[in-house]
Design a protein around this ligand. Structure first.
Ligand code: ADP
Ligand code: MG
Length: 336
């Protein structure tokens, strides 16, 4: 397992969403998917027992998805695929099929910047602050052979790797997908106002109870526990990818967990990318893709996608600067 404690404090505040009004939500927070997952329900009709049972079902759904997608768990489905898909075609369940097809699409539209076959290279790195590891160039070059969606054979809802060393890593999209799935469970149980936040990957649905009252806060990437600003959001999804979530510094260089599939090294062009989109899957996937693409090409991608907005923070001449897509520029209230 990765060291949970180090990044919990920072990751919780990467993207924080709060409502500011008299009705208290029915709310629980649990540690899942290697982060804090918070579910908040605003409801005036259901009993505490009913709300307890619905929230339990939503957390169960997240747990199901974690069991499938957690590559740190040897008994997960993704671990089985990583062990055996080099040898034989593995039949996919609906969650894994959906995640791989969606990831293929993000890989295509980001010109390879988003790549779930980054697993073989990521395994070489350790971003834990007390036990960091920088792999050598030769090792990275060897493993880069295994990176690229052309190495995935997806046929009749089965997957096979074209090279035995390919390793899938769904770390850039699984939390967003789990948030969407949890929201679906809440909706199926006639909850119309709620928020699910998995370590800064969040989705909100809204009724009259919270209209106009929800704010999404973006963390200042270089001053922990302070914020760069906020915007209002009734419904929708937000995710932030940052170079300050899991990182270590060696010889004044910051090494973090978002890797450029072309080099196998941490992507260097952004400090933090916040994406607003309809679904949490989209926000999560695109925040990683745009981070790797950088402020120019990343914003071009955002502008091509309907309903997708971004705030990109990056360094210019040693200073932090930000840019936002048209709609978020109007809404974003910068405070630092
Ligand atoms: P977080 O998981 O901290 O919210 P991201 O959503 O940006 O942040 O996902 C980063 C994770 O995605 C990494 O820890 C790694 O597992 C995986 N990853 C790293 N680089 C890439 C990439 N270029 N494409 C797809 N997944 C990546
Ligand atoms: Mg992501």
């Amino acid at each position: 397992m990765k060291p949970v404690i180090i990044f919990i404090t920072s990751i919780l505040l990467v993207t924080h969403c709060a409502t500011n009004h008299e009705i208290k939500p029915f709310e629980q927070t649990r540690i899942m998917m290697d982060t804090f997952v918070q579910i908040s329900i605003y409801d005036q009709d259901k009993t505490i027992e009913e709300l307890s049972s619905v929230i339990e079902l939503a957390f169960k759904q997240i747990q199901n998805i974690e069991r499938i997608t957690n590559d740190y768990d040897d008994s997960s489905f993704i671990s089985l695929i990583n062990r055996e898909a080099g040898e034989r075609a593995i039949a996919l369940d609906s969650v894994m099929y959906h995640l791989i097809v969606t990831s293929n699409n993000y890989n295509k539209i980001s010109d390879g910047a988003f790549d779930i076959t980054i697993g073989s290279v990521k395994q070489l790195w350790s971003f834990a602050q007390e036990n960091p590891r920088i792999p050598g160039d030769v090792l990275i070059r060897q493993q880069l052979e295994n990176v690229g969606h052309q190495n995935l054979l997806l046929e009749n809802e089965t997957i096979k790797f074209k090279l035995p060393g390919v390793r899938l890593d769904l770390g850039a999209i699984a939390k967003g997908y789990a948030v969407d799935a949890a929201i679906q469970v809440l909706r199926d149980h006639r909850i119309s106002d709620a928020m699910v936040n998995a370590g800064g990957n969040l989705r909100a649905i809204c009724s009259d109870l919270t209209t106009g009252k929800r704010r999404v806060w973006i963390k200042n990437p270089r001053k922990s526990d302070t914020f760069s600003g906020y915007f209002r959001m009734d419904e929708g999804s937000v995710a932030t990818s940052g170079d300050y979530e899991r990182f270590f510094v060696f010889d004044s260089v910051r090494y973090h967990h978002i890797l450029d599939p072309k080099t196998g090294e941490p992507a260097r062009n952004c400090v933090s990318v916040t994406i607003q989109a309809a679904s949490a899957t989209e926000a999560d996937g695109l925040s990683t893709a745009v981070f790797v693409l950088g402020p120019e090409r990343g914003m071009e991608l955002v502008n091509r996608l309907p309903g997708v907005e971004a705030i990109i923070i990056f360094e210019q001449d040693g200073k932090l600067v930000w840019k936002a897509s048209a709609e978020l520029k109007k809404k974003f209230k910068k405070i630092t």
